[in-house]
Structures are given as C-alpha cells and as structure tokens.
Design a protein around this ligand. Structure first.
Ligand code: NAP
Length: 278
C-alpha cells in the first residue's frame, strides 16, 4: 500500500501536471454534502458541481420546499451537474448509514464529504437551559457529525483515499453566551476532527474542519427574526463584522477537499473575515 504522504504527493503531481484551464478543484469526484438542502450546504453542493464533481449526493432531512434537498438537486441539475437527494436525519445512525450506502450504490465510491447539517438551538443561559434542548442541539451538531464521519470514513477506507470537511463554527473557538449547547458541540467537532485526522492519516484520508463566522443563511435569518437578543450575541462574538456569504464557506470546503490542499490535515480553518484571531 502507498504511504499516505507519498500518495498525497502523487495526487498533487497529477493535478499540477494538468494545464491551467483544466484544473477544476473537484474534477471527477463523488461527494456527499449533509445539510445540503440549505445555506452553506447548498452553496457547497452547487460549487462542487461547478468545479467538476462527477456527482453530488445531497443529504438532508428536509424533503420539500424552498430550502430542501430536492430543491438543491434541481439547482445543481439546472446548472448541468449530476446530483442525487437522499433523505436522512443525521442523528439516526441507520439513516446515515443508508445515505452513504445509497451514494456507493449509485456512483460506486465516495471521494469527499462535507458535513454541514446543524442547528443553532434556542437561546438561554446555562442555569435556564433545559436538558432536552441541550440533548437536541448536541445530538445534531456533535453526534450527527460523528455519525456522518463514521460512515463516510468506512466508505472511503477500501480505496485508502478521501477527504472530509466538518463545518464547525467560530463558536467552536470562542464563547457564545446563550448558546452553550451549540458552542460546546462545535468545540467538540474540532476535537473529533483532529482525532479522526490522526486516526486515518496513514489510511490516506484527510479530515479537516471549517470555523465560519456569522454567515447569511436561513439559520441566521430565522434566529435573527425569532430571537434578536441571541442574534445580537452572535454578531458581538463575531466582533460586529459584516455577515459572510455561504459561497465563501463553500469555496474553503471545496478547496480543502481538493488535491490543492493535499498536505492540509486536522486543520480548523477559520473563515470569518478576520474577526476571530488565534
Ligand atoms: P441552514 O441554512 O439552516 O442549513 C442547515 C441544514 O441542515 C438545513 O437544511 C437543515 O434542515 C439541515 N439539518 C438540520 N438538522 C438536521 C438533521 N438532524 N439531519 C439532517 N439535516 C439536518 O444553516 P447554515 O447556516 O447553512 O449552517 C450549516 C452549518 O454551518 C451548520 O453546522 C452550522 O452550525 C454551521 N455554521 C453556520 C454559521 C452561520 O452563521 N450561518 C456559522 C458558523 C457555523 P432543517 O431546515 O430541516 O433544519
């Protein structure tokens, strides 16, 4: 078996041998995007297709409406890409396993995955936080990421190759009052990502995280409308910066999944316009 670093260098060489115009970041890849029905996940699915992915498997729990998996699939297909919707709740292991199995059954392998499914949860200080709400948010944001990662890794191991990006948050690095389950889950996603990168480095896999700042998506729009005080806290935690756009996170995710990032592994990449500095 090829050692992982030698494999990475060979992949990089093959990519850099291509003429400039032919260097699509996702050329020929089969990718899975969880939470692909909305916001950052939708932008990521669309960008993968625009960057030459052979197929994008959109996984989401939402089956109909403006922000749903089928709507994203429609957008990708209209732009000339190939996409498949698979409904799954990332907190339910058999559904996650079946979604990855559907990708393998339809397209034969899995090259890359971006785990975007997430919820912000309702805001309360810790002494007032209901256990049910804690479990709900940690269940989607941390356990859902773990389950997605687990089955994506299993699908990639036979090929000894693959890249995964977990969408964490700047809230994985700094405190966000009123959002303790979200903040704790996103800190956890970074630990999970780093552990996974170490565990599967020698198997040829690269696993990274992105920590977005505040991005203009339905999640933020809903929270701003329903709970202005929590939205204000998030903006304050982001240093009062202008909202980012989903495409700005998508471009980091697609790059991290590409051969251009072949030596980047276990990284927590902050994409927030420079408001959280480390
Ligand atoms: P979004 O527009 O609400 O998109 C999230 C998608 O995930 C929705 O389609 C949602 O479906 C889906 N989802 C939620 N729970 C799920 C579950 N259990 N199983 C399957 N799908 C599920 O939010 P977004 O802003 O793009 O967020 C994407 C990721 O980025 C999240 O992990 C979020 O924490 C992270 N993030 C966002 C920001 C931001 O400012 N927007 C900042 C930092 C990090 P429903 O509509 O049914 O819930």
């Amino acid at each position: 078996m090829e050692s992982s670093w030698a494999g990475c260098l060979m992949a990089m060489d093959a990519w850099s041998d291509l003429p400039y115009g032919a260097r699509m970041l996702a050329d020929g890849k089969i990718v899975v995007v969880t939470g692909g029905g909305s916001g950052i996940g939708r932008a990521t699915a669309e960008l993968f297709a625009a960057e030459g992915a052979a197929a994008v498997v959109v996984v989401d729990r939402t089956e109909a409406g403006e922000y749903s998996g089928p709507e994203t699939v429609e957008l990708v297909r209209k732009a000339g890409g190939t996409a498949l919707f698979v409904r799954a709740d990332v907190t339910v292991e058999p559904e996650v396993e079946a979604a990855v199995a559907a990708a393998l059954a339809e397209f034969g392998r899995l090259d890359a995955a971006v785990n975007c499914a997430g919820i912000a949860g309702s805001g309360a200080k810790i002494a007032d936080m209901a256990l049910e709400e804690w479990n709900r948010v940690v269940g989607v944001d941390l356990t859902g990421t773990f389950l997605s990662l687990k089955h994506e890794i299993r699908a990639m191991l036979p090929n000894q190759a693959g890249t995964i990006v977990n969408i964490a948050s700047a809230a994985g690095l700094v405190p966000v009052p009123y959002l303790s389950p979200y903040c704790s889950a996103k800190h956890g996603v970074l630990g999970l990502t780093k552990t996974a990168a170490k565990e599967y480095r020698k198997a040829g896999l690269r696993i990274n995280a992105i920590c977005p700042g505040v991005i203009d998506t339905p999640m933020i729009q809903t929270s701003a409308a329903e709970r202005p005080e929590v939205a204000a806290q998030s903006r304050e935690a982001a240093g009062g910066a202008a909202l980012g756009r989903p495409e700005q996170i998508a471009s980091a995710a697609v790059w991290l999944c590409s051969e251009a990032a072949s030596f980047v592994n276990g990284e927590s990449m902050v994409v927030d316009g420079g408001t959280v500095t480390r």
